[in-house]
Ligand binder design. Structure first.
Ligand code: ATP
Ligand code: MG
Length: 399
């Protein structure tokens, strides 16, 4: 309906499309600020339920359910981009939808997102949209090793197939459901960064310092700030992310995932129009957490400061932690000075499922990362050994 810049003040109700851990942590922040919370999620026992006054159990293509949510909320946001466009339209017709339909629509399809970024002139690795198995094989012939990705619904490295020979094209095509997919050249990554940007409907923007991130088999293992990279790269990454956020017209948060290649190029990997796993350390190390910042941005309040108060790091806790022979040792883990445990209240640990994270603050980035990984080692030595989590010497990465 309206996209007025009029502030939505504490006491109002915020609706969430999606009730996973991102919704839950944003809801905690919103509650602290005096907002009421309602949530729509396909799972009745979703992670946000304990923080919400009302939980609507419905799929993300259920227009009637979305209308029921919108009719009681002053503003609706989302924590997952796979929301049916009809639902986005129905919500936007009744209340403020932030972010709006346009950026979500662009981002929710990997091919559409890449093509948009390319059309805007943002730096990307090579990619093609494959319409048939032979297109995947052709991409490998042209680019060498590639990663084929499903257009919708992939996360944490799911819906992706890595391939290095043309013969693997058919298997990749079949594994991704024999439908249109994105094929990217495998980038020679020196390191990975993300930059989080907040923007209000009135156009105020706050850019966080880049986070340095490490993935194992396509899943985020740890993230740390400051990134311990050159001032020049910090400035380049922040400018890039700000430009993308302004161009796409985000209202709320936009996370820009980036690769820095071995030849020093800065490339966009992908975008997320919501809070991001790589900024969970913002609850510990920043003047304003990403969750509070999202609330401020969608409610048209002044954006909070994005300075790093304390170097901070997180390590993800996947379901694997609970599937070891020995249960997680929280007491031992929390004996690491500066560490904290965050659990999402999810039922049913499965291998690879995000169940929580550990965080730590330290004297510098290396110290914070060392502490969080030490806490992890104490919590679940078996998991950390099987994931082969390495601890880099951050100070050596200056390009
Ligand atoms: P997430 O949900 O964690 O953001 P995702 O499932 O959306 O992950 P991507 O961000 O596309 O997947 O990929 C996850 C990780 O896999 C990247 O952070 C990177 O480590 C690796 N990766 C993805 N694409 C490429 C590429 N083209 N070249 C090299 N590595 C890649
Ligand atoms: Mg990603």
């Amino acid at each position: 309906m309206t996209d007025s810049a009029q502030p939505i003040l504490p006491g109002a109700t915020i609706g969430f499309l999606g009730g996973g851990q991102l919704g839950r942590m944003t809801a905690f922040a919103a509650r602290s600020m005096g907002y009421d919370i309602q949530v729509l999620d396909p799972e009745a026992a979703c992670a946000t339920r304990p923080v919400a006054s009302r939980t609507i159990t419905a799929k993300f293509d259920d227009v009637d359910a979305a209308v029921a949510l919108a009719s009681e909320c002053d503003v609706v946001t989302l924590e997952i981009e796979q929301i049916h466009p009809d639902v986005l339209d129905a919500v936007a017709a009744r209340t403020a939808l932030r972010p709006g339909r346009a950026p979500v629509y662009i981002i929710q399809d990997r091919i559409r997102q890449k093509q948009w970024l390319k059309a805007q002139g943002f730096p990307l690795g090579n990619f093609v949209a494959a319409q048939q198995a032979s297109d995947i094989a052709d991409a490998v012939r042209e680019f060498g090793p590639c990663i084929a990705k499903s257009t919708h619904g992939g996360y944490d490295g799911r819906g992706q197939v890595r391939l290095s020979t043309t013969e693997q094209g058919i298997d990749a095509w079949t594994a991704l459901g024999a439908r249109e997919c994105l094929v990217e050249q495998k980038v020679d990554i020196h390191y990975e960064l993300s930059v989080l940007v907040a923007r209000t409907a009135a156009g105020a923007v706050a850019v966080y310092p880049p986070s340095r991130n490490h993935h194992t088999s396509g899943v985020l293992t740890w993230a740390v700030v400051p990134a311990v990279i050159s001032d020049d790269m910090v400035a380049r990454a922040q400018t890039l992310a700000r430009n993308v956020a302004e161009r796409i017209g985000i209202v709320g948060l936009l996370a820009v995932e980036c690769f820095v290649t071995t030849s020093g190029e800065l490339l966009v990997n992908e975008l997320a129009p919501r809070p991001h796993n790589t900024y969970h350390h913002s609850e510990r190390g920043f003047a304003t957490s990403q969750f509070e910042q999202l609330v401020r941005a969608i409610c048209g309040l002044p954006l909070g400061a994005t300075d790093v108060h304390a170097p901070s790091a997180i390590a993800n806790l996947l379901g694997d932690v609970w599937l070891q022979d020995t249960p997680p040792d929280f007491t031992h883990a929390l004996n690491v000075t500066g560490s904290r445990v965050h659990l999402y209240g999810k039922h049913g640990a499965k291998a690879g499922r995000k169940m929580g994270h550990l965080s730590a603050v330290g004297h510098d980035a290396q110290d914070a990362l060392g502490r969080v990984l030490e806490s992890y080692r104490r919590l679940s030595p078996g998991t950390i050994a099987s994931f082969d989590v390495h601890e880099p010497v951050l100070a050596h990465i200056t390009s």
